[in-house]
Design a protein around this ligand. Structure first.
Ligand SMILES: *Cc1c(COP(=O)(O)O)cnc(C)c1O
Length: 444
């Protein structure tokens, strides 16, 4: 397809007709207008305009049938399903079975990734393993506007080590009047404070602004300064290309209910670079990290599986794994992240271009909005964050969009996030959202 710059001159129908991924929409359940509470005069059973995959990805028919399959095995075989499973997904090693599909999504070797637990818990686990402050090197470098869970985690880790978060946590804020952090400012702090920084942990894609950080550059700078570099990939995984292994990232964590469509509270994920395999063992052992040959013999001493797999602690939910597996198989049949990212750049570029043509974009006076997500397609993922003013306008716009069947999500007090997802959104969805936004703002 063509360069993002001349997209806006084309009709959404033309663009959808040439979309190589268009058939994948039918693989997903799209909530209907009536089900999401749209009250306007809309066809009740028609799909709503769902632009909220950044918050909760949609259910695929494949995930549904795989989850039903697990229920069936549980119903018919009970405990026997751990070793003798009619669909070849014996629960005893189900988690490990997902790693070959997960690895290409994050750019890792199979043994460097595992599906386990949940994001914040994995973040703590990784910090327990890799954040080892000393008298000289004890600081955590992060974003001041990180997702609250991450901020709580950083502060509580510092406190648990007897440190004062005020001095131990360096939380970077954007420059005065700016919304996104400049990479040069991050690199500057690493250069200046490197010797005192134990851990650098940013999000790959910032949840609020949609900014995609240059993970390779930041990782290299951090490693050069002798720091541990970990990433929270909640909004990056399944959204943008990742090459965790080649970038030399020490560890990373993510959730899978956003762009990986595994369902609310779905199973999380973990990456540990294989350079650590010979340097350390998991510090907080559990039986699921035990060598696969003896896991169920439950030996006296813990012999971990090498790599990320050894960090597992508990037996994972087969329902959560089945749901994620369905989504990972869809990614694979779609051609993986290279394919979804190519469409995503066009789809979000289309949204960006149409929004900038709106009469309310950066309007002088009255209700208006601007876009705080970087305009460079390579510095963002699927999401655009719209900042509304004056105060109070955002809520009215959000409610108006919702009652017209356009589902984004709100961040109080003034931001709406819209994320067209390449696997199930269309160029027509994007046009519908922009036209509705225009209508709603005109009616204010
Ligand atoms: C979504 C998100 C979370 C949520 O954490 P859970 O432990 O999955 O509830 C945490 N951090 C970031 C950056 C997120 O985007």
């Amino acid at each position: 397809m063509e360069a993002p710059s001349d997209l806006q001159s084309q009709s959404p129908e033309q663009l959808d007709a040439r979309d190589a991924l268009r058939s994948f929409r039918d693989e997903f359940y799209l909530p209907t207008n009536s089900a999401v509470g749209a009250s306007k005069d809309l066809a009740a059973d028609e799909p709503c305009t769902y632009l909220c995959g950044n918050s909760l990805g949609l259910l695929s028919k494949l995930s549904e049938s795989l989850v039903q399959g697990e229920l069936k095995v549980w119903a018919t075989r009970g405990v026997v399903g751990h070793f003798d499973h009619p669909y070849g997904r014996a629960w005893a090693e189900f988690g490990e079975k997902l790693s070959p599909l997960l690895a290409p999504i994050v750019g890792a070797h199979t043994h460097e990734v595992i599906s386990m637990s949940t994001l914040t818990t994995n973040l703590h686990l990784m910090m327990n393993a890799f954040y080892k402050p000393t008298a000289d090197r004890f600081k955590i470098l992060c974003e001041a506007r990180a997702f609250p869970s991450d901020r709580y985690a950083f502060h509580s880790q510092a406190t648990a080590h007897g440190l004062d978060p005020k001095t131990a946590v360096i939380a970077l804020t954007p420059r005065e009047g700016e919304y996104t952090l400049r990479e040069e400012d991050i690199l500057d702090v690493i250069a200046k404070e490197g010797p005192s920084i134990a851990l650098i942990c940013f999000s790959g894609v910032q949840y609020y602004t949609g900014q995609l950080f240059d993970m390779q550059k930041i990782t290299h700078a951090g490693k050069h300064a002798g720091c541990i570099v970990g990433w929270d990939l909640a909004h990056a995984v399944g959204n943008v290309p990742l090459a965790l292994h080649d970038w030399g990232v020490d560890w990373a964590v993510w959730c899978t209910y956003k762009y990986l469509n595994s369902g609310a509270g779905g199973i999380g994920g973990l990456f540990v670079h294989n350079k650590w395999d010979h340097l350390k063992k998991p510090d907080y052992a559990g039986w699921w990290g035990q060598d696969l040959a003896t896991r169920f013999q439950m030996p006296e001493d813990f012999t971990p599986i090498p790599g990320a797999w050894g960090y597992q602690q508990s037996n994972p939910s087969c329902l959560a794994l089945a749901s994620l597996l369905g989504s990972l198989e869809i990614f694979q049949s779609a051609g993986g992240i290279p394919a979804t990212r190519s469409k995503s750049i066009l789809l979000t570029g289309y949204l960006d271009g149409l929004l900038r043509q709106s009469s309310f974009y950066n309007k002088a006076g009255g209700p208006k909005f601007t876009i705080i997500t970087p305009s460079d397609p390579y510095r963002r993922g699927a999401q655009l964050s719209l900042l509304f003013s004056p105060l109070g306008v955002m809520q009215k716009v959000f409610d108006g969009l919702k009652s017209s069947g356009v589902i984004g999500d709100e961040r109080q007090p003034d931001v709406i996030r819209l994320s067209p997802v390449p696997l199930y959104n269309t160029f027509a969805d994007v046009m519908q959202a922009v036209e509705t936004l225009e209508e709603v703002m005109r009616s204010l």
